[in-house]
Unconditional design. Structure first.
Lengths: 291, 322
């Protein structure tokens, strides 16, 4: 790896005013390698175990590199009675919540940023305040509301509560606020209707914001656990994350099977992560509450 | 905001479109901004879908939560019981235990995880872009992996008989340990897992904050003869303080809600050594169906969250404009 970038043999930024010494750079690299390995070895271990025949996982000491590999664990996962239902439900949840949140939160963000109406500021602060309240604190009453609506163990009951997204409204408001109002006014003077202004002027200008919101929403939904756990009952309505726990409860000693299921559940978000790496690594600060 | 007094301008929306389009609208300032409320109906319409969702699945549940906290909920009927639920919560030994466990967990995890993130961001800062991207990705990868997956992996690593960790410590002559089976090691094991796997997004945010520090400031400090520790304490820390504040507050609130790992890995045990507040609420609500008591616990949780956030803002918010 050290040979990939030439200019500085110790991989330092040559323009940085406080450049580490060559020895310092080596120490830095060592620390980074050790700390990152600590976080990556467990992920590797999931991968390695998923390929290890189950008889070999119940042996001590374990082999860091399996001497024998098999795809049997994956076959066993695919044979789980409701596995494809779980995948389908997780996809339904992630895709529909993402679509609805991106659409409605950008609409709400536009209204709060550029279409003031009496009480709009108060509404905005209500959304902000609600972000302070942990989801777990309203878990019980939310469950009661959904029960009362007769939506337990249904898609609507699973999806609708997840679509209320004050944080996403805030995010989109911050993005849309930076657009020059003159542009929107110009379109208005040209006689464009508000929906058309939103669709043809605002949305194209905040495309990076929409992409960012869509990506983080999808990943968060795919990984979500508590709400799907309490709102679904029948095995066929469970999502993949809940399914993983069910597999582990049913087969506590089949580590290869558990890890293969975990691998399959990790694939979509890992693919998304590498495909949209720059969005994750840019470090968008949405904490600019003061601004 | 320049508002026009004339009623015609306020009702501007309703003009026939043909007239409005493609025609000079008089002096520029005349129609630049609408009067407040003139964009009103469209504003309301655009905000309506999220507001309705918010009402139904946030505001109403919050109101219900507050009401439930003062009620006894039976399958057939509900009745007001005043402060009984809160009294039960305050006298509940297990809730005290959960509070203690959660506080210890949160304090240790936030300190170590933020320390780790700050160390890594600081070490990465003077390195080249390719290396930074590589390590930021490496540290971020566990952050996009779900907490359930991480928990299952570590359940396997912590396994007392066949686990990787016992094989590792065995290299140093340590006897196998039932990491999650001992009251003394279970909570530390969960904290260890959280610190080792966590920090990805904080590293990214801190790196961005470090990169924003004007380089002249470093140069001035160097001319003054400042050494690295002084530069870190006097230049870097004050300037990344807002980011640190944000991370401490959100990190504390999020960590205080720890549930998934407890649910998957220990079910609160052994002997309540890993019972956390949210796990306790979950048990009370969904295993014992004491919805009133669970709501009172949730309100206590919310108040604690609020106080924690306020205290941190107070402590760290000082001198942000250094």
């Amino acid at each position: 790896m050290a040979a990939i970038t030439r200019p500085d043999p110790f991989l330092r930024d040559p323009t940085h005013p406080v450049k580490p010494t060559p020895l310092g750079a080596v120490v830095i690299l060592l620390v980074l390698v050790v700390l990152s390995l600590a976080a990556l070895v467990p992920l590797y271990w999931m991968f390695a175990t998923s390929l290890t025949p189950s008889a070999m996982t119940v042996r001590f000491p374990p082999e860091l590199v399996p001497s024998e590999t098999t795809l049997d664990n994956y076959r066993a996962v695919l044979r789980q009675p409701n596995f494809w239902n779980w995948v389908k439900n997780s996809l339904i949840q992630s895709l529909s919540v993402t679509a609805v949140v991106v659409a409605t939160a950008s609409m709400a963000g536009y209204a709060l940023a550029k279409l003031p109406f009496p009480g709009s500021r108060a509404l905005f602060w209500l959304f902000i305040l609600s972000m302070m309240l942990p989801f777990e604190a309203i878990l019980v009453p939310l469950f009661l509301v959904v029960t009362r609506l007769g939506l337990i163990d249904t898609y609507l009951g699973l999806l609708l509560p997840l679509m209320a997204a004050p944080f996403s409204i805030f995010l989109m408001k911050q993005f849309i606020q930076t657009l020059p109002s003159e542009l929107i006014d110009a379109a208005r003077v040209d006689g464009a209707s508000e929906p058309r202004i939103f669709w043809e002027v605002v949305l194209p200008l905040v495309r990076p914001g929409l992409a960012f919101l869509g990506i983080i929403t999808f990943v968060a939904q795919w990984n979500s656990f508590v709400w799907p756990l309490v709102v679904t009952r029948s095995s066929g309505m469970r999502t993949l994350q809940v399914g993983l726990v069910l597999i582990r409860e049913q087969e506590p000693l089949f580590f290869g099977l558990q890890m293969a299921a975990a691998m399959l559940a990790a694939v979509p978000v890992v693919v998304i992560f590498f495909a949209f790496q720059r969005y994750f690594l840019r470090g968008v600060t949405v904490g600019a509450l003061k601004g | 905001m320049s508002t026009t007094g004339s009623p015609a301008a306020i009702g501007g929306d309703t003009r026939p479109r043909a007239q409005a389009r493609g025609r000079v609208q008089g002096p520029e300032g005349g129609r630049r901004r609408r009067a407040p409320g003139s964009g009103g109906l469209w504003g309301v319409a655009f905000v309506a879908p999220q507001t309705l969702l918010f009402l139904a699945f946030f505001l109403i549940p919050v109101v219900i939560a507050v009401a439930l906290a003062f009620m006894e909920v039976r399958p057939t009927r509900m009745s007001w019981v005043g402060l009984d639920n809160f009294e039960r919560v305050l006298n509940d030994q297990l809730f005290h235990r959960a509070l203690l466990n959660t506080t210890v967990f949160t304090a240790v995890v936030v300190v170590f995880w933020l320390g780790k993130a700050l160390l890594i961001a600081y070490l990465l800062d003077p390195m080249n872009t390719a290396l930074q991207t590589f390590f930021k990705s490496a540290f971020y990868l566990p952050a996009v992996t779900s907490s359930i997956i991480i928990s299952l992996i570590w359940l396997w690593i912590f396994n007392p008989t066949f686990g990787l960790l016992n094989a590792f410590v065995g290299l140093f002559g340590v006897e196998p340990v039932a990491w999650l089976g001992n009251t003394s090691t279970a909570l530390p094991a969960l904290m260890f897992m959280q610190v080792v796997m966590g920090g990805g997004s904080s590293i990214v945010l801190l790196s961005a904050a470090l990169a924003r520090i004007p380089r002249d400031l470093y140069e001035v400090a160097l001319i003054d003869g400042a050494k690295r520790p002084t530069i870190f304490a006097k230049v870097i820390l004050p300037l990344i303080r807002p980011t640190l504040l944000y991370l401490v507050v959100t990190g504390t609130i999020n960590t205080f809600q720890v549930f998934d790992a407890v649910y998957v890995m220990t079910q609160g045990g052994p002997q309540f050594a890993t019972t956390t507040v949210v796990y306790r609420i979950y048990q009370e609500a969904f295993q014992r169906f004491n919805l009133g008591v669970a709501s009172a616990q949730a309100i206590v949780l919310f108040l604690i969250t609020l106080v924690l956030a306020a205290v941190q803002f107070r402590m760290l918010g000082q001198n942000v404009e250094y």
